[in-house]
Ligand binder design. Structure first.
Ligand code: AMP
Length: 477
């Protein structure tokens, strides 16, 4: 299929799914604000596009969507997809300063404040994007100290939707649980699977999830598909009601975003003996997810401590370099980072004989029948599923007046995974003041939980900062 026919197929599909739905009276979205049937969703999507048109934003400019788990947020996303408006999702967990920064980096003339349902002029002169037919731009933590915009084409979204419908063991009409903020592309698994199948998506605000009776929301909606990071599911195991007696409809778990370990799968097997458990892998730069595998008992009982990430989606393949780095080639690879030619030259590959681009993931892996991911070759980490560039935090600290030196360390758990982040600063500022300033420019999950003030940073015999010493210092602090 060529690009043009992919784009046409997506357009036809979206028009039918949203404006002529197969099950008009069935619920389509339950958000933190309201619930909409497919028929109501069609009306809301049309209404949103009309209101956006009245802003008269220059064509080809992106719109920023700012909110948190409202049905209206999903309406805006679906409307952007239907009307070919590139969108940039930003959750309210991000401070206003980051919202401003993103509007500026993307030259977006408006952002849509989902809570008030208002388009707000940003003061930016709208610049049409150089890339045509972009579905969205997702901003992730960038090592240079600024967020970087991953540009995803509409063809990649269409490709993903078809794959998810075929290969994710979904029931015919799934009810999908979403916990992830819309600025984390994990949320697009339930959001796009919902579109692809005509199902029902249940969005969960942070306050809903924190409430003691949150599982009732899943029970009352007959949630059948769970999509989350492994960390999120671990937290929920603390609730004794998190089991198949209480949630009998829950039959599929999809995990992505960080390492899935055997201990979690074993616990889930005990709680949900009949459920299918899928492990999926993929960086934002390769459109949400690239591999998937069902974790069967045979896999679980194998000698290998590491669980596989599975096999590649269609029209893509994985190359593993001599150094072990995984390179994804395929229709799912991004168009590039917005306005970052140097990063694009480093991360994106073109090769004769390859129809699509290649993306150097920075993940190490190997293939033994199935693919396995062994972690990073750089300073990118995952904390509770959130992707963080340690260098971004360091650079933000160094940009603060009064901080002379700064080192940021992820403290690792014994069994792998990040326990917490610690920062060491040479400064006269107090830790609380540093935390406060940092929280003005980065989301709270990027603010180190420990800030330790030092007179000077210790050096090892090679003259490098002694990170081992700092690590043990942070643990005993
Ligand atoms: P993000 O762009 O936030 O989706 O993060 C992508 C990164 O998360 C990947 O490059 C991996 O380092 C990590 N990751 C995602 N899924 C998995 C998985 N199933 N197993 C291990 N690591 C994963």
């Amino acid at each position: 299929m060529n690009l043009h026919s992919d784009l046409q197929a997506l357009q036809d599909f979206l028009r039918a799914a949203l404006l002529d739905p197969a099950r008009p009276h069935q619920l389509a979205i339950s958000g933190s604000d309201e619930a909409l049937s497919w028929q109501q969703l069609g009306g809301a999507v049309t209404d949103w596009a009309q209101r956006y048109q009245r802003c008269q934003a220059p064509s080809g400019t992106p719109v920023v969507l700012y909110g948190h788990q409202q049905a209206e947020f999903a309406v805006a996303i679906y409307s952007c997809l239907l009307n070919n408006i590139p969108y940039i999702p930003v959750d309210c967990i991000y401070p206003q300063e980051r919202l401003k920064e993103i509007c500026h980096l993307a030259s977006a003339p408006y952002y849509y404040d989902v809570a008030s349902r208002q388009f707000v002029a940003t003061g930016e002169v709208g610049q049409p994007l150089a890339e045509q037919d972009l579905a969205y731009i997702m901003f992730t933590s960038g090592s240079t100290g600024k967020p970087k915009g991953v540009q995803i084409g509409r063809e990649s979204v269409w490709h993903f939707m078809q794959w998810v419908r075929e290969d994710f063991a979904l029931p015919e009409v799934p009810v999908l649980m979403n916990h992830a903020v819309f600025s984390f592309d994990l949320s697009l698994i339930p959001l796009l699977a919902n579109l692809a199948t005509g199902g029902h998506i249940v969005l969960n605000a942070k306050e809903d999830i924190a409430a003691e009776n949150w599982l009732d929301r899943l029970k009352n909606n007959d949630v059948s598909v769970w999509v989350s990071t492994p960390s999120f599911a671990y937290q929920k195991l603390l609730s004794p009601q998190f089991n198949s007696d209480y949630l009998p409809a829950l039959g599929v778990f999809v995990f992505i975003g960080e390492v899935l370990n055997k201990a979690l799968v074993k616990q889930l097997r005990r709680r949900f003996p009949q459920a299918k458990i899928l492990n999926s892998y993929g960086p934002t730069e390769a459109t949400i997810a690239t591999t998937v595998v069902e974790i069967t008992d045979a896999i679980l009982n194998s000698q290998n401590d590491l669980l596989p990430i599975g096999t590649m989606m269609p029209e893509s393949h994985m190359e593993i370099t001599a150094e072990g780095e995984m390179i994804i080639w395929g229709k799912n690879v991004m168009r590039g980072y917005l306005g970052l030619p140097q990063e694009n030259a480093q991360k994106l590959l073109r090769r004769e004989g390859e129809t699509w681009r290649g993306y150097k993931t920075g993940d190490l892996g190997y293939q033994d029948g199935l693919l396995y991911c062994q972690g990073r070759n750089d300073s990118q980490i995952k904390l509770n599923g959130y992707r963080i560039e340690i260098n971004e935090i360091e650079n933000r600290l160094l940009a603060m007046s009064g901080i002379r030196e700064a080192v940021v360390l992820p403290l690792m758990k014994a069994g792998g995974g990040v326990l917490r982040i610690a920062a060491f600063c040479v400064t006269n500022l107090a830790p609380d003041a540093i935390k406060h300033s940092l929280s003005q420019v980065v989301p709270s999950y990027m603010v180190p939980s420990q800030i330790i003030i030092q007179e000077a940073l210790p050096l090892n015999p090679n003259g490098k900062i002694d990170r081992k010493l700092l690590d043990s210092h942070a643990r005993s602090h």
